[in-house]
Design a protein around this ligand. Structure first.
Ligand code: GAL
Ligand code: ZN
Length: 753
């Protein structure tokens, strides 16, 4: 070794790289205050440049009929606004904003930088993005820019400035819409400019090449660098990438995109006092929205659940709870949803009758104070010709139009909901960097890219009717009665501290693996996974046991006749080739829960993966032992299925903390039934109850302030009792017993609570 290796701790304290444009956390107001709304915002993307004057005049009439009060304008107008480099034509836009304003329709004005005009591609071909295989992507669709491109950066900020100067004080503009869905198509670019920017970013993070070598573990596979100039993006390579390099690459790509948004935000701030937003895409994996949200005044989301998916209503709930979390608990705006079908799925199902209104109300129930769609008028040309619009190809004589009008009417009545908070006693912790670290790791288990574990636990709570917040790893957690930490792959000492504090004041903490497996630099946690969560949970994970899923009856040899002759291998058991593993409850409480769930009682099962864990013994000295109970098994693996080699070992543990708190660990990928059973038990300990108890199948309840949303997602009429108040949608008084038609909702201002 020629140069001394720097200490690991020096390498693991990289420079902070995140400075929000402004500290909105302190000053962020509710969207309705910022936008001057008296009822939820309603409207959509408006692209009048695709149409003629007569259509425009009709649009204004139809918008009045539908109750539209906000449109997003100019998102893909760059080619019209700057037809030649440096030549701006804004008059048409100013006139349009004026006409909308006169018609009482406010404008969410785009900075129009989502898709550069043709001249940028032809005159500056280096502005085009490059794939990992070195292919430059071409012009002719959208988002064809490299996030590090100097010319893109210069021209996009120049356009933003021109727009802000010209329209920043126009009374018709109420907010700024920066870019559009950053990263949706081009989340990473492997061009020389990005390689250069990556090296500069790494230099800022690590200072010198030796710290980078230590942080990336480059002594593995002879990857050691002698100069930062040698470092490249993780483009196409012979085999597995270095996980630490991948993780930093994801951080860098997020940073590059975010810096584009922040550069525009900064300029808008200089010229205008209007709130700024950029449209998020739910739990989009490439961008750490916790960081993005810090630089925005209003959090907004685009969300396209598939009407053909029975869990689509959960997607609505999940996205809503996440957006509310990103907004720091305040309301947010739905920037895009499809009025009916999209065009980009293999099969594009229309929304079912009533579903546009129902899902819109569900979004409001989860904290939205505005409901916008993509798009106002269905395009007649281009790639989105067959994506639904609020005004469909068929025009007014259509179900879509009727539902659009009905939705506008309903939202008009929901003024009292604006600004009202959702109060949840349960929280799910979500960490983008952990998702990145898990995806960057080669093994130990394949869990997907989109927070599958967090979604699963959130869904179980939602199916049970429990209101849930989604919170970042750094959040203060006291105040929650139930906190779920699902697959937070990076060991987060701060999270451990907050969980300990919450458990000490009687919260139930449920940690599910794989959690605490690596540190923030993708380096494995030694001495048992779970890292800093070990003292709280009283267990450590000593190994992962992935199940390899469906293979033939003879394991990896799919030749079913081979068993006749394969004397040696036919005697070998392969539990890991199973897709599931059985669990056995220990002790009465969980057994009782299962007994109440059905007869015969359902069994506990898990699939995908399991873990070998050890219970840590309570400390030897008596005094310490008193304050520190050891964990007990709530369920063990049994010898059925893939966990056979773990039979008898703990699969779910519980450690009592303080007077009534507890820390639970789940060492297997529980299925829906098992999650539900466990949550029944945990919720009883936590004294967390559904928003409304004993609801019929299909009916969701959520509360904002004193307003109760009853949402019947089901195909049958549903009866709910004990509802006393006034339905804001109809003005009808509810005196106890209400009936909800299929796919319909009540929004009840309750008068007895
Ligand atoms: C979004 C995008 C819109 C439109 C829509 C179609 O991703 O922001 O411009 O393309 O999808 O579903
Ligand atoms: Zn690039």
């Amino acid at each position: 070794m020629t140069s001394p290796a720097p200490s690991a701790s020096a390498a693991s304290t990289p420079q902070p790289e995140h400075t929000p444009v402004f500290d909105t956390a302190a000053r962020r107001s509710a969207p309705h205050e910022l936008l001057g709304l008296t009822s939820p915002a309603y409207g959509g993307d408006y692209n009048p440049e695709q149409w003629d004057e007569a259509t425009l005049a009709e649009d204004l009439e139809l918008m009045a009929e539908a109750g539209v009060n906000l449109v997003s304008l100019g998102i893909f107008s760059w080619a019209r606004l700057e037809p030649r480099e440096g030549t701006y034509e804004l008059d048409w836009l100013v006139e349009l904003v004026g006409r909308l304003h006169d018609a009482g329709i406010a404008v969410d004005l785009a900075t129009a930088t989502a898709s550069p005009p043709a001249w940028m591609a032809t005159d500056h071909p280096e502005s085009l993005p490059m794939t990992a295989d070195g292919v430059r992507l071409g012009l002719g669709s959208r988002q064809q820019y490299c996030p590090s491109s100097t010319v893109y950066r210069e021209r996009s900020t120049a356009l933003t400035r021109v727009l802000a100067e010209r329209l920043g004080e126009h009374p018709g503009v109420v907010m700024w819409h920066i870019g559009n869905e950053y990263g949706c198509h081009t989340a990473e670019c492997f061009c020389p400019a990005c390689a250069q920017a990556f090296r500069a970013w790494l230099a800022g993070r690590y200072g010198d090449v030796e710290r980078l070598n230590a942080a990336w573990g480059t002594d593995f596979w002879s990857q050691r660098y002698t100069s930062l100039e040698q470092v490249t993006p993780p483009a196409a390579m012979p085999t597995f990438h270095n996980p630490a390099q991948l993780l930093d690459w994801r951080r860098f790509c997020d940073h590059q995109l975010r810096s584009l948004m922040e550069a525009e935000a900064r300029i808008l701030r200089e010229h205008s006092n209007l709130p700024v937003t950029t449209n998020f895409m739910g739990d989009f994996p490439a961008t750490d929205y916790w960081r993005w949200a810090d630089s925005l005044d209003i959090v907004s989301d685009d969300s396209y659940p598939d009407p053909a998916d029975p869990a689509a209503a959960h997607e609505v709930a999940w996205a809503g709870d996440l957006m509310r979390g990103l907004a720091g608990g305040r309301p947010w705006i739905l920037m895009e949803q499809a009025p009916s079908a999209v065009q980009w799925r293999g099969r594009n199902s229309p929304k079912r009758p009533g579903q546009l209104l129902l899902w819109s109300l569900a979004r409001v129930a989860h904290g939205a104070d505005g409901i916008l769609q993509f798009q106002w008028r269905q395009s007649r040309q281009g790639a989105e010709t067959f994506h639904s619009g609020m005004v469909p190809h068929a025009g007014r004589a259509s179900r879509t139009w009727d539902e659009v009008v009905a939705t506008g009417r309903a939202l008009k009545r929901l003024g009292p909901v604006l600004g009202e908070p959702v109060r949840a006693e349960a929280a799910v912790v979500l960490d983008w960097e952990s998702q990145w670290a898990m995806s960057s790791a080669i093994g130990p288990v394949e869990l997907g890219e989109r927070f599958e574990a967090a979604r699963a636990w959130h869904r179980s709570l939602w199916e049970t009717g429990i209101a849930t917040d989604v919170v970042p790893v750094g959040a203060e957690l006291t105040g929650y009665r139930l906190i779920i930490v699902p697959a937070v792959f990076i060991d987060r000492p701060e999270l451990a501290r907050h969980l300990e504090q919450a458990a000490a004041v009687d919260a139930q903490v449920v940690v599910a693996g794989p959690t605490g497996v690596v540190d923030a630099g993708a380096e494995a946690v030694l001495g048992g996974y779970l890292g800093s969560l070990r003292p709280l949970l009283g267990v450590r994970v000593t190994d992962h046991a992935a199940l390899s899923g469906p293979v033939g009856p003879e394991g990896f040899n799919n030749d079913s006749r081979g068993v006749l002759v394969n004397r040696l291998s036919r005697a070998v058991g392969t539990p890991a080739a199973e897709t599931w593993t059985g669990l056995e409850p220990i002790g009465e409480p969980l057994r009782r829960v299962l007994d109440r769930m059905g007869s015969p009682a359902p069994e506990l099962r898990a699939g995908g993966w399991a873990e070998e864990i050890r219970v840590d013994e309570a400390p030897g000295d008596a005094e310490a032992a008193q304050s520190r109970e050891s964990a007990e098994a709530v369920a063990v693996f049994d010898d059925r299925g893939g966990g056979a080699d773990l039979a008898g070992r703990p699969a779910i543990t519980r450690r009592a903390v303080g007077s009534a708190g507890a820390a639970w660990y789940v060492a297997a990928d529980l299925d829906a039934v098992s999650r539900a059973a466990l949550l029944t038990l945990v919720c009883a300990h936590a004294r967390v109850r559904p928003v409304v108890a004993d609801l019929p199948d299909g009916v969701e309840a959520q509360r904002r302030g004193e307003i109760l949303f009853l949402l019947n997602h089901g195909d049958r009429a549903a009866e709910v009792t004990g509802i006393v108040g006034t339905d804001l949608l109809t003005g009808q008084v509810c005196t106890g017993h209400v009936v909800l038609a299929p796919r319909s909702a009540l929004v009840v201002r309750e008068n007895t609570r």
